[in-house]
Design a protein around this ligand. Sequence first.
Ligand code: M6R
Length: 360
Amino acid sequence: GKGEYDHFMLKEIHEQPTSLAQALEGRIDPRRGRIALSEFEPGTFDDVESVQFVACGTSYHAALYGSLGLNQAGVQSTALLANEYSVVAPPVDDDTLVIAVTQSGETADTLNALRQANAEGARTLTVTNVVGSTAAREANDALFIRAGPEIGVAATKTFSSQAVMLTLLSQRIAADRLGEPPADLESLLPAVESMPSAIEEVLATSEAASIARQYDDSQSYFFIGRGLGYPVALEGALKFKEITYEHAEGFASGELKHGPLALVTPDTPVFAVFTGQEDEKTLKNAEEAQTRGAPVVAVCPDGHPAIAVADEHLSIPDTDSKLAGLLANVQLQLVSYHAADLLDRPIDKPRNLAKSVTVE
Ligand code: M6R
C-alpha cells in the first residue's frame, strides 16, 4: 500500500535512497576505484566501437543521459527513440552495442528496436527493472536496476536507478574500450556511493511544495539544462505535463534563443538545471528569459552564482557533475508532484496513459 503517503508517486519518490542503494549493492568499490558489474566478464566491451541506446519516454531520457556520459568518456554513442528506430537506425555490425533501456522490459516500441538490432547482427544488452521480462530474455545481456515495483504511472525511482546504472555502465564500457579507466572515475565512485544520502537530503529539505504553489497559475512551464542537464530538463517537463496536464517543455539551455524564447512571458516560469558544466552559459540563457519577464528557478547547490540572479532557488547537495542533474531531477519530481496535487489531479493514474505501453 501507500502507507503514510497520499499517492504511490510520492512514496516512490521517497523510496529513491533505498532503491538506489539496492541497485548499487556490490556494484562499486570506491576504495579500489573499481566498478564491479560482475554480470560482465573483464574485457566484455573491448571491441565495442560504438553504442546505440534505444528507449521511449522517461527511459529515453535516462538513455540520453547515459549516451551523453559515454560520449564525454570518449566512446561514440547515440540515443535514439525506439519508436523511430525502424526508420532512422544507423548501420550496425557486431562491434555495435545496442542498449535497450526499459523499466518494464515489455514496451512494444523498445522490443521492436531490440529485435531489429538482434536481426541485423548487433550485440544487444538491456537495462531493465524486470527479471524475466521479454527484453531480458531477448537481449544478449541484461543489467538489472533492482528498483523494486513501481506502481505510479509516472516513472520516478526507476529513472534515478536507470540513470545511475547507465552512468556506471558507460564508465565501464569506456574503460574496456579505451584500455584504461576514465580519468575521473576515482572521484566519481565516492560520489555515486553518496547518492542515496544526497537524495535523502533533498527529500528532507526540499522547498518544491512552496515553489509549486507560487507558480500554480502560470501558463506554461519551461525546463532548461545543458549537457547532462538537458535530459533532466526533458524529464522535468515530461513529468510535469504528464501529471499536471499543464503545458511544459524542456529545452537545451542554448536552444532557447533559437525559437522558444518567443513563448517566454511573465507567465512562463523557467526551471534552470545547473550541473557544474558550463553553468555560466546556462545562467546567461536563464537571464535572457528573465529579461523577458519570466521568473527563474535555479536548481543548484548552495553558494552557486545562479542564486544571486534567480528569483527562486531549489537546493541540491554539491556533487560530481556526472550526478548533479539526478539530484536536480528529484527536486523537479517534487515540483511536479505538488503542482499536480494542488490541481487535484489523479496523480498515480493520469488520463490516457498506461504504465506499460505494449502496443506500437
Ligand atoms: O517500461 P519502459 O521504461 O520501457 O516505458 C517507457 C515509457 O512508456 C515510460 O518511461 C513512460 O514515459 C513513463 N512512465 C513516464 O513517466
